[in-house]
Ligand binder design. Structure first.
Ligand code: BGC
Length: 787
């Protein structure tokens, strides 16, 4: 025992001798406090926190910094599975993966009734796109470009979670993801910073509302801070290495948007960022999060990440790991069991000032008070059991309908006439084929809370309903499994396809096995032998529709060339079948747009639209052939074009939209005016540029278009992307109708970081485009003038 202690101490000293104290820990500027979260900084609340803190022992304070999973494991466990004694001793501040009023109340009673100071537990859970009512996965929700919808969806998730005793959701994941190989691309809004920021704020509003004490509000947890979505080679948990310019310009804004919207908590990431594991990084956790952004809530580590500092090679043992994580700004230790077991000794030995523990405990307690947990620690156990009510289904259905993206809708093959979609109501026979056509579990997507697959309506069920009604004959064959090399089912699938007038193939990925955490891929084609099945069926020459159920953009080059219609459905949630069927039959007009670029080949990844310029752009080069001479020396591949298969912002409708008259309120604006708006001054120069355009429904049916505004800045001190989204609007138009739309470009949209990491507006030129995708062609230009 004594020997272990001495060895431990030596190890600790060894590790700590290299330790650089958090250089930013002492200065949190009071001026910024109120922007973060008024409730957390309210004087009355903080008086309660300080009164309590004054009564707490060191162990009790450390208890508040300790979190365990007491239910289904979402990562490696600790040696124990019973935390009752620790809870009763006040050594646990939070539990997660424990769901349900009865269960949470049972643990809560131990905390409230048995601990000396009666401090309630905070129950957390991964509520990512619904708790019991499962909505489309976040990547799909983002494709709606509808932040109001996202707010409604996350509010329902908050109500259901709160009913189940969960007042803290580990969501939203706002990590920008530019690489489809990374499995967690499904959990976020995709590749774009502007859209990601808008969605981040929408989730926070939905979860937290404007008052955390409301019984249906839950504390959000923005994750994974920072830049977890950019692992090298798309491999899960891998190193992230990027310039500070890119970090600030591309990756940080969505986290910041969430903090500005009032997010009460943050989860640090697993990855190292520029050589420092995110769990021990004072630069992100203290300097940026607390000093620059004024964050007042608390930071929880990711699952077991404090301990992983040892594997990262920056901590020689558990004590050093705990020391570094806490000092950097991780307030709560999720599942490493190191704060509880190491911090007290560190304080007693004088290595760690107790004030650092106090500050972390203060932050955790603030959130508990703000949630009203001290006044109402329990939840009603008698509310009616969960039912996916018609209202919830209606929201889930609308969310799914808005999330679907029509990627291709070509003419039917000869001798048929018209486009393949929508499927005509009087079609005599339809064949539905594929392993995703009738799989309830896959419709839920990854991280599906406590959703029940039995609530999910599959495409087969929904099409059967609609076909019965229309007296259409529906033939179904699974054809193959999601991942197999057996073609035993092919013959049956081909046979029913031959009998049909229209063929629908439902293909894609297994949600639980191939998407979400720890699901990185090196291949992005259809898994198993689904591509072979697709080719065999599509080559019959029938009007054929490919419906993709997946969690990421797939490299489906053959399908894009040979299958006349493709609908990207993602994982649409419990109303998957009805939403997809209604779009196939034309009862609903698709309106979703891609928020992650589809590659032609996996070797193009990471592939995203807002790339920085190159000195040798290949824009005017024919890339469809290997180079023959001078056309080689451009930024290109010699075996593939640079272009994506489907670009960011792209999505078709059953009608068509035209854009015209992109005009600007002025062609010049002074940098000074943008930087220092002289509000209220009669002669104040304009502090923003207004961009107007007309969008017209040029087709025959009503439809909704996501009109998008892009800019490019040329002439600044640093490179800016070839295009950047800076505004969008959903516009619903009757056939023939035209609407005038307007966007504004002010400091927030036009400023960028210079090499001193200051957000600046410089004298420069901007190009502007308005249109229906990142390849919009209608544009204008303006100049930002200097002094
Ligand atoms: C994930 C987090 C999640 C946590 C708790 C981790 O493995 O990275 O996103 O919130 O587990 O389940």
């Amino acid at each position: 025992m004594a020997l272990t202690f001495v060895l431990g101490l030596l190890g600790l000293l060894g590790g700590l001798s290299n330790y650089v104290p958090n250089p930013w820990s002492q200065e949190i500027p009071a001026a910024r406090v109120s922007v973060a979260n008024a409730q957390l900084t309210a004087r009355a609340l903080n008086e309660r926190v300080e009164n309590l803190l004054a009564k707490m022992t060191l162990d009790e304070k450390i208890g508040q910094l300790t979190q365990y999973s007491a239910g289904t494991m979402t990562g490696p466990g600790t040696a124990r599975n019973d935390y009752n004694d620790l809870i009763a001793e006040g050594q646990v501040g939070s539990l997660f993966n424990v769901v349900g009023a009865k269960l949470t109340n049972r643990f809560q009673r131990i905390a409230v009734e048995k601990t000396r100071l009666h401090i309630p537990l905070l129950f957390g859970f991964d509520v990512i796109h619904g708790e019991r009512t499962i909505f489309p996965v976040p990547l799909a929700l983002a494709s709606s470009f509808d932040p109001v919808l996202v707010e409604q969806v996350s509010h329902v998730a908050a109500e259901e979670s709160a009913d189940d005793g969960i007042r803290w959701v580990f969501s939203p994941m706002v990590d920008i993801a530019r690489d489809a190989r990374w499995g967690r691309i499904t959990e976020g809004a995709g590749e774009d910073t502007f859209l990601g920021s808008v969605m981040a704020a929408a989730y926070i509003r939905g979860y937290q509302g404007d008052d955390l004490t409301r019984p249906d509000a839950v504390a959000a947890c923005v994750k994974h801070f920072a830049a977890y979505g950019a692992p090298n080679a798309g491999r899960e948990y891998n190193t992230v290495d990027m310039s500070e310019l890119t970090l600030r310009q591309v990756y940080l804004p969505p986290y910041h948007a969430a903090i500005k919207a009032g997010a009460a908590t943050v989860m640090s990431a697993f990855n190292p960022l520029n050589g420092v594991p995110a769990t021990a990084d004072p630069f992100t956790l203290t300097k940026i999060l607390r000093q620059e952004w004024g964050f007042q809530g608390f930071v929880v580590s990711d699952f077991g990440a404090v301990k992983e500092l040892i594997a990262h090679g920056v901590a020689s043992n558990g004590a050093v790991a705990a020391f570094k994580a806490l000092s950097a700004g991780v307030d709560m230790d999720m599942m490493s069991d190191l704060y509880r077991t190491k911090l007290a000794d560190l304080v007693k030995s004088g290595d760690l000032p107790e004030s650092v523990v106090d500050e972390a405990a203060r932050r955790v307690l603030r959130v508990k008070f703000a949630l009203g947990l001290f006044d109402h620690p329990y939840v009603d156990e008698n509310h009616l059991p969960y039912v996916a009510t018609p209202e919830k289904r209606a929201l889930a259905r609308r969310a799914a309908e808005e999330s679907l993206v029509l990627l291709k809708n070509g003419p039917k093959p000869v001798p048929y006439a018209g486009t393949v979609l929508p499927i005509a109501r009087n079609t005599p026979t339809i064949a539905l084929i594929g392993p995703l056509a009738d799989s309830q579990i896959d419709m839920l997507g990854s991280w599906s809370g406590v959703g029940d697959a039995a609530d999910a309506v599959t495409l087969l069920n929904a099409m059967q309903d609609r076909c019965d009604w229309a007296k259409t004959k529906l033939l179904y064959a699974k054809g193959t499994e999601i991942l197999t090399d057996s073609d035993a089912g092919f013959a049956e699938a081909i046979a029913i396809a031959k009998k049909a007038d229209v063929v629908v193939l439902a293909l894609g990925e297994s949600a639980p096995k191939m998407t979400g955490e720890s699901s990185s891929l090196t291949r992005l084609g259809l898994p198993g032998n689904q591509e072979d099945l697709l080719e065999a069926v599509a080559s019959l020459g029938k009007p054929t529709v490919l419906v993709l159920f997946d969690g990421r953009p797939l490299a489906i080059k053959w399908a894009a060339q040979h299958v006349p219609a493709i609908l990207e459905a993602w994982y649409p949630g419990i109303e998957a079948g009805p939403a997809v069927a209604d779009i196939l039959f034309g009862n609903v007009n698709p309106s979703g747009k891609l928020t992650a670029t589809f590659p032609r080949a996996v070797g193009q990844e990471p592939l995203f639209y807002n790339q920085l310029p190159t000195g040798r752009p290949a824009d005017d080069i024919d890339l469809t052939h290997p180079p023959t001479g001078e056309d080689k020396y451009f930024s290109r591949y010699i075996d593939e074009t640079n272009a994506p298969l489907f670009p960011f912002g792209f999505g078709l409708s059953y009608t068509a939209f035209g854009y015209a008259n992109v005009t600007l309120s002025q062609s010049k604006i002074a940098a000074d005016a943008l930087t220092q708006p002289k509000a209220g001054h009669f002669f104040a120069p304009a502090s923003e540029i207004r961009v107007a355009a007309q969008v017209r429904n040029t087709g025959a049916v009503a439809g909704t278009e996501v009109a998008q505004l892009y800019i490019r800045n040329t002439g600044g001190s640093v490179e800016e992307p070839v295009r950047e989204l800076k505004g969008f609007q959903r516009v619903t138009l009757a056939p023939g109708e035209t609407k005038q739309i307007e966007f504004t470009l002010g400091f927030d949209e036009l400023s960028y970081y210079n090499l001193e990491m200051a957000r600046v507006i410089e004298p420069t030129r901007y190009q502007v485009w308005v249109g229906g995708s990142s390849e919009a062609t209608q544009g204008a230009e303006f100049e930002v003038t200097g002094p």
